[in-house]
Design a protein around this ligand. Structure first.
Ligand code: SF4
Length: 72
């Protein structure tokens, strides 16, 4: 899994930090940043929970298999 933030949608509500503070941080401009771009195991579960909790659907989760390099 690859975690990205759609910065145009992120409104700095920080719900992602509340749910998954190990995966996300908030930059000084109140835009979320990704600390762990390719989370696995528990962190991947937390990233999914954060994506569900984000009020603006700014968290985009990509399947590594969708990557052109096949996740390598
Ligand atoms: S929960 Fe969504 S809108 Fe709020 S900071 Fe995180 S990514 Fe941005």
């Amino acid at each position: 899994m690859r975690v990205t933030i759609d910065e145009d949608k992120c409104c700095g509500y920080a719900a992602c930090l509340s749910v998954a503070g190990k995966v996300f941080d908030l930059a000084a401009d109140n835009i979320a940043t990704v600390l762990v771009e390719h989370p696995e195991g528990e962190l991947a579960d937390l990233a999914r929970e954060a994506a569900a909790a984000c009020p603006t659907a700014a968290i985009v989760l990509l399947d590594d298999r969708d990557r052109p390099d096949g996740g390598a």
